[in-house]
Every structure is written in structure tokens, then in C-alpha cells.
Design a protein around this ligand. Structure first.
Ligand code: SF4
Length: 313
């Protein structure tokens, strides 16, 4: 029989995991509320893809079409995302809904052929336009697609139902097979639980939340049921505040963080998403101990980088 130290290392690794778990402090709700209350939303709005959609708030359908495009392209840094959206907007002469839904398929395909955003290609955007045109010929809003699954299986069911529509399930006889890689643009929490499905949860947040900076077009999904769009910035801070014990992003981590935020604000838990995300994007959070940056951070007493450690340590 080995020493107790060897036994701990070999036979009880879960104990070592338990010791490292960082639980939220009792004061975290007040500190997160302070972070939200004092956050410079206007400063960060210009950096966010939703700044490209907000000019269309008078036109719900255009905002929904632009929203699904913006969410689909929401990979990489915000400058590149906004640049790609601006190129799409230039192609559409500022009328994304009419252009994407009404332009003849051949003309649309030629115009989009040179388009690239990271690994997303113009032929994939063109196929999405076909799918949307087909869908909108018999539906007013993508909320109907979300609700169909939501009423049966809650938020994950709703997201699954939405991505099935966007993948073109059920319309392939008319639209043809999708281009290579297209289906991977739309993961579902039911089919791909290792994915946090960030881009589609972000789209649903934009559509459901009424409070700034979101749009609130969808009125039949309660804000309390939303899930957090778990990007790298949000996950890093959530993990270091003890909102999740999971070190990697997945749908299970999305559920953990969302549930923790729901305990803080049951009515509007995902209001913290924009703030946590842009705290990371803006450089307000250095993701390490740096008192010159962390000094004014409202959640510093709760942060794993600082909790139980002195300023000079
Ligand atoms: S204390 Fe520093 S590292 Fe921790 S969340 Fe705040 S800014 Fe980020």
C-alpha cells in the first residue's frame, strides 16, 4: 500500500479537484450588479456587432435578417466581424432583407462569391439567403421556428428547432444540398453538446431582451429562460468568479453559468452578458493580477486572481 500522498494522487483525484473549486462569494450579486450599473455601454456598443443592427430597429424583418447574418459571422475579433458585416451591407446597398431575399439566386451567388470571413465563405451566406427566403415565404419571424422546439423542450429545444430551419432541414428538395461546411455553422445543444452554441444564443439574446442594447422583437420567450452566449471572455470571467466549475466551454458550462446568473437576477439573468464580454474585449480585465487595471473592478473581491490574496502578493 502506498503513502497517503500517493493514495490521494492516484485513487482520489476528485478530492484534489474539489479543493480547487472556486465558489461565488455571498457578495457577488451586489458586485455584479455594480459592474452592470456602472458599465460604459455606449463606449462598448460601437465595438459590438449589434451596433450594425440597431440602425434597423424601425424594420423588424431587416433587423432579424441582419441579426442572423451578424450572429453567423460572430467569430473572431469584433473589428473583423463589423468589417465583414459592412462589406455585406455595401453589397446589399443598405437593404439587406430585400437584397438577400429578393435578388435572383444567380446574381446573388456572383456577388457573394468573393466574400470571406474567417472560414465562412460567400457560397454559405448565399445558401443561408436561400433558406431564409424559403422560410419567410410562409412565416413572419424566426421566433416561430424557435418556439416550435421551445414549447416542447425549453431553451435547448428552441435552439435546436431554430438551427434545423437555418440548416435548411425540410427545404433541401427546393434549395439543393448545402455547400461544404454549411451545416457546421449551426450547431445544436441537442446534437453537439460540446459546443456552447455561442452565436445562436447571442442571436436569441438580441431578439428577446428588450433592455439596451438588445432589440426585444420576440415577445413570446421569457428573458429569464435565456442562456448565456458563452464566448472566451465571458467564460474566463465566469470561471474565475465561480459561476462555473468547468474549465472548457460546452453546453453544460452554458447551463451552469446561466443558472448561476439566474440566481442573481431571475427575471433578466443574461443582462450581465454584454458587460462581462466587453469587460474582456475592452481590456478592462487583463485576465491576470494587475492592480493598475484590476483596481477599480467591482468584482475584484470575488475574483480567483485576488480572493484571499493581498494586493501586493
Ligand atoms: S479582478 Fe482583474 S482579473 Fe479579476 S475579473 Fe476583475 S479585472 Fe479581471
Amino acid at each position: 500500500m502506498g503513502s497517503s500522498r500517493e493514495r490521494e494522487g492516484k485513487s482520489t483525484p476528485s478530492l484534489r479537484t474539489i479543493v480547487r473549486i472556486h465558489r461565488p462569494t455571498p457578495e457577488l450579486p451586489q458586485h455584479l450588479e455594480a459592474l452592470y450599473r456602472d458599465f460604459p455601454f455606449e463606449r462598448s456598443l460601437a465595438e459590438d456587432p449589434i451596433s450594425s443592427i440597431r440602425p434597423f430597429t424601425h424594420d423588424t424583418r431587416s433587423a432579424e435578417v441582419l441579426g442572423i447574418l451578424a450572429a453567423t459571422l460572430a467569430i473572431g475579433n469584433t473589428t473583423a466581424i463589423r468589417g465583414s458585416l459592412a462589406r455585406l451591407m455595401a453589397l446589399t446597398a443598405g437593404a439587406p432583407e430585400q437584397w438577400l431575399l429578393e435578388t435572383p439566386r444567380g446574381a446573388r451567388a456572383r456577388a457573394l462569391r468573393p466574400f470571406r470571413h474567417r472560414w465562412i465563405r460567400g457560397d454559405q451566406v448565399e445558401y443561408l439567403a436561400r433558406v431564409l427566403a424559403e422560410y419567410y415565404s410562409s412565416h413572419e419571424t424566426l421566433e416561430d421556428a424557435f418556439l416550435e422546439g421551445y414549447l416542447r423542450g425549453g431553451f435547448p429545444g428552441g435552439l435546436d428547432s431554430l438551427v434545423r430551419v437555418l440548416r435548411g432541414d425540410g427545404s433541401r428538395n427546393r434549395n439543393g444540398p448545402p455547400p461544404a461546411g454549411y451545416l457546421h455553422l449551426f450547431p445544436s445543444p441537442l446534437g453537439t453538446p460540446r459546443s456552447p452554441c455561442k452565436r445562436m444564443t447571442l442571436f436569441v439574446r438580441w431578439m428577446v431582451r428588450e433592455r439596451y442594447p438588445d432589440l426585444g422583437y420576440w415577445r413570446r420567450v421569457p428573458t429569464g429562460d435565456l442562456r448565456v452566449p458563452l464566448d472566451l471572455h465571458v467564460h474566463w470571467i465566469a470561471y474565475n468568479l465561480g459561476l462555473t466549475t468547468r474549465r472548457t466551454r460546452s453546453w453544460a458550462a452554458v447551463e451552469e453559468v446561466s443558472e448561476a446568473l439566474r440566481r442573481i437576477d431571475p427575471i433578466d439573468p443574461i443582462k450581465f452578458d454584454f458587460v462581462l464580454c466587453h469587460t474582456g474585449i475592452s481590456g478592462d480585465c487583463p485576465k491576470r493580477r494587475d492592480i493598475s487595471v484590476c483596481g477599480p473592478c467591482s468584482v475584484r473581491p470575488d475574483c480567483r486572481m485576488w480572493r484571499g490574496r493581498g494586493v501586493a502578493a
